[in-house]
Design a protein around this ligand. Structure first.
Ligand SMILES: *Cc1c(COP(=O)(O)O)cnc(C)c1O
Length: 489
Protein backbone atom coordinates (compact mmCIF):
# COMPACT_ATOMS: atom_id res chain seq x y z
CA UNK A 1 0.00 0.00 0.00
CA UNK A 2 1.27 3.52 -0.84
CA UNK A 3 2.24 5.41 2.31
CA UNK A 4 0.19 8.51 3.08
CA UNK A 5 0.61 11.76 5.02
CA UNK A 6 4.08 12.46 6.38
CA UNK A 7 5.18 8.93 5.50
CA UNK A 8 4.52 9.59 1.84
CA UNK A 9 7.02 12.45 1.89
CA UNK A 10 9.52 10.48 3.90
CA UNK A 11 9.41 7.66 1.36
CA UNK A 12 9.81 10.02 -1.58
CA UNK A 13 12.69 11.75 0.18
CA UNK A 14 14.40 8.43 0.80
CA UNK A 15 14.32 7.62 -2.92
CA UNK A 16 15.59 11.09 -3.86
CA UNK A 17 18.41 10.92 -1.31
CA UNK A 18 19.46 7.48 -2.49
CA UNK A 19 19.62 8.76 -6.04
CA UNK A 20 21.62 11.82 -5.00
CA UNK A 21 24.03 9.75 -2.87
CA UNK A 22 24.61 7.41 -5.82
CA UNK A 23 25.25 10.35 -8.10
CA UNK A 24 27.73 11.85 -5.63
CA UNK A 25 29.54 8.52 -5.36
CA UNK A 26 29.81 8.49 -9.15
CA UNK A 27 31.20 12.02 -9.14
CA UNK A 28 33.78 10.97 -6.56
CA UNK A 29 35.20 8.59 -9.17
CA UNK A 30 35.92 11.52 -11.50
CA UNK A 31 39.09 13.57 -11.60
CA UNK A 32 39.42 16.85 -9.75
CA UNK A 33 38.76 19.07 -12.79
CA UNK A 34 35.59 17.18 -13.65
CA UNK A 35 34.30 17.56 -10.12
CA UNK A 36 35.20 21.25 -10.08
CA UNK A 37 33.40 21.85 -13.39
CA UNK A 38 30.26 19.76 -12.76
CA UNK A 39 29.99 19.70 -8.98
CA UNK A 40 26.88 17.88 -7.85
CA UNK A 41 24.58 19.37 -10.47
CA UNK A 42 23.44 16.56 -12.72
CA UNK A 43 21.91 16.55 -16.18
CA UNK A 44 18.97 14.70 -14.69
CA UNK A 45 18.32 17.51 -12.28
CA UNK A 46 18.74 20.14 -14.99
CA UNK A 47 16.29 18.44 -17.33
CA UNK A 48 13.69 17.41 -14.78
CA UNK A 49 13.62 20.48 -12.62
CA UNK A 50 15.57 23.35 -14.15
CA UNK A 51 14.43 23.79 -17.77
CA UNK A 52 17.62 22.14 -18.98
CA UNK A 53 19.76 24.99 -17.69
CA UNK A 54 23.36 23.78 -18.06
CA UNK A 55 24.53 26.11 -15.28
CA UNK A 56 23.24 25.78 -11.73
CA UNK A 57 20.33 28.18 -11.29
CA UNK A 58 20.42 31.00 -8.76
CA UNK A 59 17.49 30.63 -6.39
CA UNK A 60 16.99 34.16 -5.16
CA UNK A 61 14.14 33.20 -2.90
CA UNK A 62 13.88 33.60 0.83
CA UNK A 63 11.86 30.47 1.33
CA UNK A 64 10.44 27.24 0.02
CA UNK A 65 6.74 26.47 -0.34
CA UNK A 66 5.20 23.11 0.57
CA UNK A 67 2.47 21.07 -1.05
CA UNK A 68 0.51 20.59 2.16
CA UNK A 69 0.80 20.61 5.95
CA UNK A 70 2.25 17.08 5.98
CA UNK A 71 5.15 18.08 3.79
CA UNK A 72 5.68 21.22 5.86
CA UNK A 73 5.76 19.25 9.09
CA UNK A 74 8.17 16.69 7.63
CA UNK A 75 10.42 19.45 6.30
CA UNK A 76 10.55 21.60 9.41
CA UNK A 77 11.15 18.53 11.54
CA UNK A 78 14.15 17.70 9.29
CA UNK A 79 12.52 14.40 8.36
CA UNK A 80 13.03 15.12 4.67
CA UNK A 81 15.76 17.14 2.96
CA UNK A 82 14.55 20.67 2.62
CA UNK A 83 15.83 24.16 2.39
CA UNK A 84 12.91 25.87 4.19
CA UNK A 85 14.42 29.29 4.46
CA UNK A 86 17.57 30.74 2.90
CA UNK A 87 19.17 31.62 6.23
CA UNK A 88 19.46 27.87 6.82
CA UNK A 89 19.81 26.43 3.33
CA UNK A 90 19.08 27.16 -0.29
CA UNK A 91 19.55 25.15 -3.52
CA UNK A 92 22.29 27.41 -4.91
CA UNK A 93 24.12 27.29 -1.58
CA UNK A 94 23.73 23.53 -1.69
CA UNK A 95 25.49 23.27 -5.09
CA UNK A 96 28.44 25.24 -3.69
CA UNK A 97 28.60 23.13 -0.53
CA UNK A 98 28.40 19.94 -2.56
CA UNK A 99 31.34 20.78 -4.79
CA UNK A 100 33.47 22.12 -1.92
CA UNK A 101 32.90 18.93 0.10
CA UNK A 102 33.98 16.77 -2.85
CA UNK A 103 37.06 18.87 -3.67
CA UNK A 104 38.41 18.95 -0.12
CA UNK A 105 37.76 15.21 0.23
CA UNK A 106 39.29 14.42 -3.16
CA UNK A 107 41.88 11.68 -3.39
CA UNK A 108 40.78 9.95 -0.21
CA UNK A 109 37.82 7.69 0.49
CA UNK A 110 36.90 9.91 3.38
CA UNK A 111 33.34 11.16 3.38
CA UNK A 112 33.12 14.91 3.83
CA UNK A 113 30.44 17.54 4.22
CA UNK A 114 30.46 21.29 3.90
CA UNK A 115 28.64 24.36 5.08
CA UNK A 116 29.12 27.64 3.25
CA UNK A 117 29.18 30.90 5.18
CA UNK A 118 28.99 34.60 4.40
CA UNK A 119 32.76 35.04 4.81
CA UNK A 120 35.92 33.26 5.84
CA UNK A 121 35.72 34.95 9.24
CA UNK A 122 32.17 33.65 9.74
CA UNK A 123 33.44 30.17 8.87
CA UNK A 124 36.17 30.42 11.51
CA UNK A 125 33.81 31.76 14.14
CA UNK A 126 31.13 29.18 13.56
CA UNK A 127 33.63 26.32 13.46
CA UNK A 128 35.52 27.19 16.64
CA UNK A 129 32.50 28.34 18.69
CA UNK A 130 31.11 24.85 18.42
CA UNK A 131 33.92 23.65 20.69
CA UNK A 132 33.79 26.61 23.07
CA UNK A 133 30.63 25.49 24.83
CA UNK A 134 29.96 24.58 28.42
CA UNK A 135 30.96 21.03 29.19
CA UNK A 136 28.18 19.65 31.44
CA UNK A 137 30.71 17.42 33.19
CA UNK A 138 33.03 20.31 34.05
CA UNK A 139 30.84 23.43 33.92
CA UNK A 140 33.29 25.68 35.75
CA UNK A 141 36.42 24.63 33.86
CA UNK A 142 38.18 27.49 32.07
CA UNK A 143 38.38 26.77 28.34
CA UNK A 144 41.39 27.20 26.16
CA UNK A 145 42.51 26.46 22.63
CA UNK A 146 45.94 26.16 21.11
CA UNK A 147 46.67 28.03 17.87
CA UNK A 148 49.65 29.32 15.96
CA UNK A 149 50.40 33.04 16.12
CA UNK A 150 51.12 33.19 12.41
CA UNK A 151 47.59 33.83 11.30
CA UNK A 152 45.61 36.05 8.99
CA UNK A 153 45.15 39.42 10.74
CA UNK A 154 41.38 39.00 11.06
CA UNK A 155 41.79 35.62 12.69
CA UNK A 156 44.41 37.04 15.05
CA UNK A 157 41.89 39.71 16.14
CA UNK A 158 39.04 37.23 16.43
CA UNK A 159 41.13 34.98 18.67
CA UNK A 160 42.83 37.65 20.75
CA UNK A 161 40.01 40.20 21.21
CA UNK A 162 36.72 38.37 20.63
CA UNK A 163 37.74 35.17 22.37
CA UNK A 164 40.62 35.79 24.77
CA UNK A 165 39.81 39.32 26.00
CA UNK A 166 36.03 39.57 25.63
CA UNK A 167 35.05 36.02 26.50
CA UNK A 168 37.88 34.78 28.72
CA UNK A 169 38.56 31.86 26.43
CA UNK A 170 42.29 31.53 26.63
CA UNK A 171 44.24 31.49 23.38
CA UNK A 172 47.44 29.56 24.04
CA UNK A 173 49.86 30.73 21.40
CA UNK A 174 52.24 28.54 19.48
CA UNK A 175 55.06 30.80 18.36
CA UNK A 176 57.24 28.26 16.58
CA UNK A 177 54.74 25.94 14.94
CA UNK A 178 57.42 23.53 13.66
CA UNK A 179 58.26 22.71 17.28
CA UNK A 180 55.99 19.82 18.23
CA UNK A 181 56.94 20.01 21.89
CA UNK A 182 55.72 23.61 22.04
CA UNK A 183 52.29 22.50 20.79
CA UNK A 184 52.18 19.66 23.28
CA UNK A 185 53.29 21.75 26.26
CA UNK A 186 50.24 24.01 25.81
CA UNK A 187 47.58 21.28 25.74
CA UNK A 188 45.70 20.28 28.88
CA UNK A 189 42.32 18.70 29.69
CA UNK A 190 40.56 22.02 29.10
CA UNK A 191 41.93 22.46 25.59
CA UNK A 192 39.13 22.27 23.05
CA UNK A 193 40.97 22.22 19.71
CA UNK A 194 44.22 22.85 17.86
CA UNK A 195 44.22 25.43 15.10
CA UNK A 196 46.67 26.44 12.39
CA UNK A 197 46.92 28.12 9.03
CA UNK A 198 48.66 26.20 6.27
CA UNK A 199 50.49 28.00 4.75
CA UNK A 200 49.94 31.13 6.83
CA UNK A 201 48.98 34.50 5.41
CA UNK A 202 51.22 36.42 4.91
CA UNK A 203 54.22 34.79 6.66
CA UNK A 204 53.93 31.42 4.89
CA UNK A 205 54.53 29.50 8.10
CA UNK A 206 54.15 25.77 7.65
CA UNK A 207 54.11 22.90 10.12
CA UNK A 208 54.01 19.13 9.90
CA UNK A 209 50.27 18.64 9.69
CA UNK A 210 50.32 14.87 10.18
CA UNK A 211 52.39 15.14 13.35
CA UNK A 212 50.31 17.96 14.86
CA UNK A 213 47.08 16.17 13.98
CA UNK A 214 48.36 13.01 15.68
CA UNK A 215 49.01 15.14 18.75
CA UNK A 216 45.47 16.56 18.68
CA UNK A 217 43.97 13.11 18.39
CA UNK A 218 46.15 11.74 21.17
CA UNK A 219 44.51 14.35 23.41
CA UNK A 220 41.03 13.66 22.03
CA UNK A 221 40.62 17.04 20.36
CA UNK A 222 40.08 18.13 16.75
CA UNK A 223 42.62 19.62 14.36
CA UNK A 224 41.25 22.65 12.53
CA UNK A 225 43.19 23.95 9.54
CA UNK A 226 42.69 27.14 7.56
CA UNK A 227 43.86 26.08 4.09
CA UNK A 228 42.80 29.22 2.24
CA UNK A 229 46.25 29.91 0.77
CA UNK A 230 46.66 26.37 -0.58
CA UNK A 231 43.10 25.60 -1.75
CA UNK A 232 42.15 21.96 -2.34
CA UNK A 233 43.96 22.10 -5.69
CA UNK A 234 47.29 22.05 -3.82
CA UNK A 235 46.56 20.50 -0.42
CA UNK A 236 43.66 18.74 1.25
CA UNK A 237 44.23 18.62 5.03
CA UNK A 238 41.51 16.03 5.60
CA UNK A 239 43.50 13.34 3.77
CA UNK A 240 46.36 14.06 6.19
CA UNK A 241 44.09 13.49 9.16
CA UNK A 242 42.68 16.95 9.93
CA UNK A 243 39.10 17.04 11.20
CA UNK A 244 37.93 20.41 9.92
CA UNK A 245 39.08 22.66 7.09
CA UNK A 246 38.37 26.38 6.79
CA UNK A 247 38.36 28.09 3.42
CA UNK A 248 38.02 31.77 2.79
CA UNK A 249 36.32 31.07 -0.53
CA UNK A 250 36.69 34.79 -1.21
CA UNK A 251 40.34 34.27 -2.10
CA UNK A 252 41.89 31.83 -4.59
CA UNK A 253 38.84 29.55 -4.68
CA UNK A 254 36.74 32.36 -6.17
CA UNK A 255 39.45 34.35 -7.80
CA UNK A 256 37.25 36.75 -9.73
CA UNK A 257 36.88 39.15 -6.85
CA UNK A 258 33.10 39.48 -6.95
CA UNK A 259 32.03 37.98 -3.65
CA UNK A 260 32.94 37.38 -0.03
CA UNK A 261 32.38 33.76 0.96
CA UNK A 262 33.60 31.12 3.37
CA UNK A 263 33.28 27.41 3.95
CA UNK A 264 33.81 24.75 6.57
CA UNK A 265 34.52 21.24 5.34
CA UNK A 266 34.59 18.39 7.82
CA UNK A 267 35.16 14.66 7.79
CA UNK A 268 32.52 12.36 9.22
CA UNK A 269 33.15 11.35 12.86
CA UNK A 270 35.52 14.03 14.04
CA UNK A 271 37.53 13.78 17.25
CA UNK A 272 36.36 16.02 20.12
CA UNK A 273 36.21 15.98 23.90
CA UNK A 274 32.76 17.62 23.81
CA UNK A 275 29.99 15.18 24.62
CA UNK A 276 27.79 15.73 21.58
CA UNK A 277 27.50 12.61 19.38
CA UNK A 278 25.40 14.29 16.70
CA UNK A 279 27.92 17.12 16.31
CA UNK A 280 30.83 14.69 16.05
CA UNK A 281 29.12 12.39 13.54
CA UNK A 282 28.66 15.05 10.86
CA UNK A 283 30.07 18.37 12.02
CA UNK A 284 29.28 20.56 8.98
CA UNK A 285 25.73 19.28 8.62
CA UNK A 286 25.08 19.68 12.33
CA UNK A 287 26.38 23.23 12.17
CA UNK A 288 24.17 23.97 9.21
CA UNK A 289 20.96 22.57 10.63
CA UNK A 290 21.26 23.82 14.20
CA UNK A 291 23.83 26.38 15.42
CA UNK A 292 24.11 28.35 12.17
CA UNK A 293 20.34 28.29 11.75
CA UNK A 294 20.16 30.02 15.13
CA UNK A 295 23.12 32.36 14.62
CA UNK A 296 22.58 33.18 10.95
CA UNK A 297 26.05 33.61 9.41
CA UNK A 298 25.35 31.77 6.16
CA UNK A 299 25.99 32.79 2.57
CA UNK A 300 23.60 34.46 0.15
CA UNK A 301 22.56 32.49 -2.95
CA UNK A 302 24.04 35.12 -5.27
CA UNK A 303 27.47 34.95 -3.64
CA UNK A 304 27.28 31.18 -3.58
CA UNK A 305 26.67 31.21 -7.33
CA UNK A 306 29.52 33.62 -8.06
CA UNK A 307 31.93 31.47 -6.07
CA UNK A 308 30.64 28.26 -7.64
CA UNK A 309 31.23 29.61 -11.12
CA UNK A 310 34.84 30.54 -10.34
CA UNK A 311 35.69 27.22 -8.69
CA UNK A 312 35.32 25.35 -12.00
CA UNK A 313 38.80 26.47 -13.11
CA UNK A 314 40.51 26.14 -9.72
CA UNK A 315 43.22 23.60 -10.57
CA UNK A 316 44.42 25.19 -13.78
CA UNK A 317 44.44 28.63 -12.18
CA UNK A 318 46.41 27.48 -9.16
CA UNK A 319 48.89 25.83 -11.49
CA UNK A 320 49.34 28.95 -13.65
CA UNK A 321 49.46 31.47 -10.81
CA UNK A 322 51.86 29.28 -8.80
CA UNK A 323 54.23 29.11 -11.76
CA UNK A 324 54.00 32.88 -12.26
CA UNK A 325 54.73 33.47 -8.60
CA UNK A 326 57.73 31.17 -8.71
CA UNK A 327 59.18 33.27 -11.55
CA UNK A 328 58.53 36.55 -9.76
CA UNK A 329 59.99 35.24 -6.51
CA UNK A 330 63.15 34.05 -8.28
CA UNK A 331 63.52 37.48 -9.88
CA UNK A 332 63.13 39.32 -6.57
CA UNK A 333 65.50 36.99 -4.76
CA UNK A 334 68.44 38.28 -6.80
CA UNK A 335 67.43 41.96 -6.75
CA UNK A 336 69.84 44.32 -5.02
CA UNK A 337 67.12 46.27 -3.15
CA UNK A 338 65.52 43.19 -1.67
CA UNK A 339 66.47 42.02 1.79
CA UNK A 340 64.44 38.82 1.83
CA UNK A 341 61.89 36.95 -0.24
CA UNK A 342 59.51 34.52 1.38
CA UNK A 343 57.95 31.98 -0.95
CA UNK A 344 57.62 28.31 -0.14
CA UNK A 345 58.57 27.43 -3.71
CA UNK A 346 62.08 28.85 -3.27
CA UNK A 347 64.71 26.31 -2.32
CA UNK A 348 66.15 28.94 0.01
CA UNK A 349 62.98 28.90 2.14
CA UNK A 350 63.64 26.96 5.34
CA UNK A 351 60.25 25.26 5.09
CA UNK A 352 60.52 24.38 1.40
CA UNK A 353 61.18 20.68 2.00
CA UNK A 354 58.41 20.31 4.55
CA UNK A 355 55.89 22.17 2.37
CA UNK A 356 56.95 20.04 -0.61
CA UNK A 357 55.62 16.98 1.19
CA UNK A 358 52.16 18.53 1.31
CA UNK A 359 51.75 20.98 -1.54
CA UNK A 360 51.31 19.06 -4.75
CA UNK A 361 49.28 20.08 -7.79
CA UNK A 362 46.35 17.70 -7.64
CA UNK A 363 46.22 15.20 -10.52
CA UNK A 364 49.48 16.48 -12.00
CA UNK A 365 50.46 12.85 -12.53
CA UNK A 366 47.47 12.53 -14.90
CA UNK A 367 48.22 15.79 -16.69
CA UNK A 368 49.92 15.16 -20.03
CA UNK A 369 52.10 18.23 -19.48
CA UNK A 370 53.65 16.73 -16.35
CA UNK A 371 53.00 13.00 -16.13
CA UNK A 372 54.22 13.01 -12.53
CA UNK A 373 53.45 14.66 -9.23
CA UNK A 374 54.69 18.24 -9.25
CA UNK A 375 54.90 20.67 -6.36
CA UNK A 376 53.03 23.94 -6.59
CA UNK A 377 53.09 26.52 -3.81
CA UNK A 378 50.25 28.91 -4.55
CA UNK A 379 50.39 32.58 -5.46
CA UNK A 380 51.03 34.23 -2.12
CA UNK A 381 54.52 35.49 -1.40
CA UNK A 382 56.13 38.35 0.44
CA UNK A 383 59.33 40.33 0.19
CA UNK A 384 61.13 42.77 2.43
CA UNK A 385 62.62 45.92 0.96
CA UNK A 386 66.02 47.12 2.17
CA UNK A 387 66.06 50.36 4.11
CA UNK A 388 62.94 50.13 6.28
CA UNK A 389 59.38 51.44 6.22
CA UNK A 390 59.63 54.55 4.03
CA UNK A 391 61.57 53.08 1.10
CA UNK A 392 59.11 50.20 1.20
CA UNK A 393 56.19 52.61 0.87
CA UNK A 394 57.97 54.40 -2.00
CA UNK A 395 58.33 51.16 -3.93
CA UNK A 396 54.76 50.16 -3.15
CA UNK A 397 53.45 53.53 -4.32
CA UNK A 398 55.23 53.14 -7.65
CA UNK A 399 53.40 50.00 -8.81
CA UNK A 400 51.34 50.64 -11.93
CA UNK A 401 50.19 47.13 -12.83
CA UNK A 402 50.04 45.56 -9.38
CA UNK A 403 46.99 46.81 -7.50
CA UNK A 404 47.41 48.23 -4.01
CA UNK A 405 44.63 46.49 -2.12
CA UNK A 406 44.14 44.44 1.02
CA UNK A 407 43.18 41.40 -0.95
CA UNK A 408 44.70 38.22 -2.27
CA UNK A 409 43.86 35.24 -4.41
CA UNK A 410 42.87 37.43 -7.30
CA UNK A 411 43.26 36.79 -11.01
CA UNK A 412 44.94 40.23 -10.98
CA UNK A 413 48.16 40.81 -9.05
CA UNK A 414 47.55 42.63 -5.78
CA UNK A 415 49.91 43.80 -3.07
CA UNK A 416 49.66 45.25 0.39
CA UNK A 417 51.91 46.34 3.24
CA UNK A 418 50.56 44.12 6.04
CA UNK A 419 51.97 46.27 8.89
CA UNK A 420 49.78 49.24 7.90
CA UNK A 421 46.76 47.28 6.65
CA UNK A 422 45.76 43.69 7.37
CA UNK A 423 47.92 43.48 10.48
CA UNK A 424 47.72 47.09 11.72
CA UNK A 425 45.27 46.37 14.53
CA UNK A 426 47.33 43.80 16.38
CA UNK A 427 50.01 46.31 17.37
CA UNK A 428 53.80 46.19 17.28
CA UNK A 429 54.08 43.27 19.68
CA UNK A 430 51.48 41.18 17.91
CA UNK A 431 53.21 41.87 14.60
CA UNK A 432 56.56 40.87 16.04
CA UNK A 433 55.03 37.61 17.23
CA UNK A 434 53.53 37.01 13.81
CA UNK A 435 56.75 38.15 12.12
CA UNK A 436 55.29 41.08 10.18
CA UNK A 437 57.98 43.78 9.87
CA UNK A 438 57.13 47.24 8.45
CA UNK A 439 59.28 46.68 5.33
CA UNK A 440 57.33 43.62 4.22
CA UNK A 441 55.20 43.76 1.08
CA UNK A 442 52.75 40.94 0.59
CA UNK A 443 52.29 40.17 -3.07
CA UNK A 444 49.80 37.83 -4.64
CA UNK A 445 50.70 37.25 -8.26
CA UNK A 446 47.79 36.87 -10.65
CA UNK A 447 47.36 35.28 -14.05
CA UNK A 448 48.98 38.07 -16.06
CA UNK A 449 52.15 37.21 -17.95
CA UNK A 450 54.85 37.09 -15.24
CA UNK A 451 57.29 39.15 -17.34
CA UNK A 452 54.94 42.11 -17.13
CA UNK A 453 54.72 41.80 -13.36
CA UNK A 454 58.50 41.54 -13.14
CA UNK A 455 58.80 44.73 -15.21
CA UNK A 456 56.40 46.52 -12.90
CA UNK A 457 58.38 45.44 -9.83
CA UNK A 458 61.71 46.29 -11.41
CA UNK A 459 60.48 49.76 -12.37
CA UNK A 460 59.02 50.35 -8.91
CA UNK A 461 62.22 49.24 -7.19
CA UNK A 462 64.21 51.69 -9.31
CA UNK A 463 62.79 54.54 -7.19
CA UNK A 464 65.40 53.45 -4.65
CA UNK A 465 68.10 54.41 -7.18
CA UNK A 466 66.64 57.90 -7.19
CA UNK A 467 64.80 57.30 -10.46
CA UNK A 468 61.59 59.23 -10.87
CA UNK A 469 58.74 56.98 -11.84
CA UNK A 470 55.33 57.98 -12.99
CA UNK A 471 52.86 57.53 -10.18
CA UNK A 472 49.23 57.02 -11.09
CA UNK A 473 47.80 60.53 -11.16
CA UNK A 474 44.74 61.27 -9.09
CA UNK A 475 41.81 62.07 -11.31
CA UNK A 476 38.67 62.31 -9.29
CA UNK A 477 36.53 63.72 -12.06
CA UNK A 478 34.86 60.42 -12.82
CA UNK A 479 34.76 59.04 -9.31
CA UNK A 480 32.28 61.53 -7.87
CA UNK A 481 31.77 61.94 -4.18
CA UNK A 482 33.25 58.63 -3.12
CA UNK A 483 36.63 59.51 -4.59
CA UNK A 484 36.53 63.18 -3.68
CA UNK A 485 36.45 62.37 0.00
CA UNK A 486 39.86 60.72 -0.38
CA UNK A 487 41.45 63.71 -2.11
CA UNK A 488 44.70 64.91 -0.61
CA UNK A 489 44.98 68.70 -0.63
C1 LIG B 1 41.06 36.39 4.04
C2 LIG B 1 41.33 35.28 4.93
C3 LIG B 1 40.41 34.89 5.90
C4 LIG B 1 39.10 35.62 6.09
O1 LIG B 1 38.26 35.44 5.01
P1 LIG B 1 37.13 36.51 4.57
O2 LIG B 1 36.43 35.80 3.47
O3 LIG B 1 37.83 37.75 4.17
O4 LIG B 1 36.26 36.72 5.77
C5 LIG B 1 40.72 33.82 6.71
N1 LIG B 1 41.88 33.16 6.57
C6 LIG B 1 42.80 33.50 5.65
C7 LIG B 1 44.05 32.72 5.55
C8 LIG B 1 42.56 34.56 4.80
O5 LIG B 1 43.47 34.90 3.89
Amino acid sequence: MEPTGIDYYKEAAKRAMQWQAKYQKEMMQCRFDTIAVHGIYSMQEALDYNQGSIIEPIYMSTSQAYRDSDEMEAALGYMVPTWCYSRIANPTMYYLEGVMALLDGYGSDIETSCIATSSGMAAIQSAVDQFLVVDPKHPAAPMNFVATTQLYGGTFQQFSIRKDVERAVEWRKVVNSTDLSEWESLIDENTRFLYGELPSNPGLAFFDLKAVTALAHKHGIPMIVDATVATPALMRPIEHGADIVIQSVTKSMATGGTSIAGAIISRKNITSNIDNPEMKADFATYLKLLPNRDNGPNISPMNAFLALNDIRTLRMRMDATSRNTQKVAEFLETHKHIEKVAYLGLKSHPLHDLASQYMVLVDSEYDELYGEKVNRFGHLMSFNVKGGAQPTRNVFDAFTRIWRATDLGRIKSVATIPAISTHSQQGEKGREMADIPPNMIRLCVGAEHPDDMINDLDRALSVLDGKKVFITAPDYSAGGASSARLRKE
